[in-house]
Design a binder for this molecule. Structure first.
Ligand code: ARG
Length: 268
């Protein structure tokens, strides 16, 4: 079945400040060298890919001393003219939330300050009218009720149980308004059951795709930008009528992020 794309609105932040100087997830190893020029080159390819697809991309200015700011997805959840600002679990990333709030407010968005910890679109993903929300090492359950109150949308809480998949967007990706792809072992039994009930037609990824952060993809409903190493997932997507666009973000993977982490979507 051929799929159709819709024009998207993204926010990105270049990896000017990118390093791995601290380790706050199992992917980060401060003894592994990062190549900053290569990270920038890989990020530029991602940025250009979105522009070539006809999407709008706003670029935020990176701030000194915030090496993870390239992972723009974590700064907020933005739907329409409202945003729920992030409240990061680790002090190293706390100031990113304020940079995002300032940026969004300057574009006319009403930004809500959170009470509970949440890491923006790392743990909140929109599927049609539903919001999927991860609860785990970063986002607290109470944040889900806050999102429900701010946006007036139903939120489905999903419990993350594997430390490698510390954000929802590391083990679940949204393909279109009805379809998701995910890696079941990253979720508690109850959450897996909920996912099966809500999404009987989901694409089920295996460990080899999850392990290269293949589920951390960005889809416009047809084109799916994903890790080039997630070849099994790409084949499954092709078989379902999506168009996989593989690319290499291996420098950013050293901090535990891939395509989606670098991309905040301003959902309509
Ligand atoms: N080093 C970052 C952290 O651990 C990576 C964030 C990845 N972002 C994401 N949306 N999963 O917080």
């Amino acid at each position: 079945m051929p799929r159709s794309a819709t024009v998207r609105h993204y926010v990105m932040c270049p990896p000017t400040e990118f390093t791995v100087d601290y380790a706050i997830n199992p992917w980060m190893d401060t003894s592994v060298a990062v190549d900053p020029a290569r990270a920038m080159q890989q990020w530029r390819v991602l940025h250009q890919t979105y522009l070539d697809l006809g999407h709008t991309v706003e670029v935020m200015d990176p701030e000194p001393g915030l090496p993870d700011m390239v992972f723009a997805a974590n700064g907020a959840l933005v739907i329409g003219a409202r945003a729920l600002q992030a409240r990061f679990a680790f002090p190293q990333r706390r100031d990113e939330a304020h940079a995002h709030a300032r940026f969004l407010e300057a574009t006319g968005v009403e930004v809500h300050e959170p009470v509970a910890r949440n890491e923006g679109e790392g743990d909140f993903l929109v599927v049609g009218q539903l919001v999927l929300a991860g609860v785990g090492p970063r986002t607290e359950k109470d944040a889900h009720a806050e999102a429900e109150a701010v946006f007036g949308r139903q939120v489905l809480s999903l419990e993350l149980v594997d430390p490698r998949f510390y954000h929802l967007d590391t083990c679940l990706g949204v393909l279109d308004d009805e379809t998701i792809a995910y890696y079941p072992p990253a979720f508690s039994f109850a959450s897996r059951t909920a996912l099966e009930r809500h999404f009987p037609d989901a694409v089920i990824a295996d460990e080899s795709d999850a392990d290269v952060l293949g589920l951390n993809f960005v889809s416009d409903g047809r084109n799916v930008v994903l890790a080039d190493r997630a070849t099994g997932l790409a084949d499954q997507l092709s078989a379902r009528g999506y168009l996989p666009l593989p690319l290499d973000l291996s420098e950013l993977v050293k901090a535990g992020g891939n395509v989606k982490c670098c991309t905040l979507e301003r959902y309509p």
